[in-house]
Design a protein around this ligand. Structure first.
Ligand SMILES: Nc1ncnc2c1ncn2[C@@H]1O[C@H](COP(=O)(O)OP(=O)(O)OP(=O)(O)O)[C@@H](O)[C@H]1O
Length: 257
């Protein structure tokens, strides 16, 4: 039996959790078990990196944990809300109000200014940003001077900073990033990772990031490793070198069966 990751603290302290989460795609010859009974909790105020070889289920885990995809079995909670019990409309609302997303592609609208892009999700929802919070976020990502610029007038790193600010604007309980530095050079990537780190330390957010990059994982408080849809290792206070060593030993282990 798998322990319930929420049993430690059923009310507070856990921003999101999965229990025995499985996801199976296709059937018959094309059946793929992308996730195999994954139980994991993401604690409030913690920065977690999800790593593992290509195809091991990282994106599927993130998408299910963020309510973007539905599990085949098992459950997902955001805070104390069980996603399986929600209607599509309630799920949309929960994603909008309590979750921030950052993807590898910046996904900014070209005709809108940086500020308009940052507040767009809230504008669509008819919500008013908390001005003080918005100013903190904008100043943290160093965009105060560029709020009137359109995406084409910004570098890739600056565009991803806009996407980081957009993800944080509604003061979400948890921010999910899918390879958020995958399209950036190392300097711009380091800046974005620094902002994610700061959003945890200074703004008290919870961040979960999928990455292939040991350097990026080194910014996290812990790294979890998936292999063939299962959680196989966890490392707290990772450094780039320790992550690299563990990746090598996991690779060797999987090759020797
Ligand atoms: N929509 C889908 N239909 C069928 N199979 C899928 C689908 N999405 C993912 N898969 C399969 O599920 C497994 C896990 O995919 P997933 O994208 O979660 O892996 P990943 O670790 O994020 O990979 P990568 O690092 O290459 O992005 C893979 O075998 C993949 O081919």
């Amino acid at each position: 039996m798998t322990a319930d990751p929420l049993a430690l603290n059923p009310v507070t302290g856990i921003a999101a959790a999965t229990t025995d989460l499985s996801k199976v795609y296709g059937r018959g010859d094309t059946r793929v078990v992308a996730l195999d009974r994954v139980s994991i909790a993401f604690r409030e105020g913690e920065f977690t990196a999800i790593m593992g070889p290509s195809g091991c289920g990282k994106s599927t885990l993130m998408h299910c944990a963020a309510g973007l995809d539905s599990p085949t079995s098992g459950s997902v909670r955001i805070g104390t809300t069980e996603l399986g019990g929600l209607t599509d409309r309630q799920l949309t609302q929960l994603r909008r109000d309590r979750i921030g997303f950052i993807f590898q592609a910046f996904n900014l609208l070209p005709l809108l200014t940086a500020l308009e892009n940052i507040t767009l999700p809230m504008d669509i929802a008819g919500l008013h940003p908390d001005q003080e919070w918005l100013e903190r976020v904008v100043s943290m990502v160093g965009l105060a001077e560029r709020l009137g610029h359109r995406p084409a007038q910004l570098s890739g790193g600056q565009q991803q900073r806009v996407a980081v600010a957009r993800a944080l604007a509604s003061r979400p309980a948890i921010v999910f990033g899918d390879e958020p530095t995958g399209n950036l050079d190392s300097r711009a990537g380091a800046e974005v990772l620094g902002f994610l780190r700061e959003s945890v330390r200074e703004l008290g957010r919870t961040v979960v990031m999928v990455t292939h990059d040991p350097v990026a994982a080194g910014y996290a408080d812990r790294v979890v490793f998936l292999s063939d849809g299962r959680l196989v290792e966890e490392m707290v206070q990772p450094t780039q070198d320790r992550v690299l060593d563990l990746m090598k030993s996991l690779g060797a282990r999987s090759h020797t069966g």
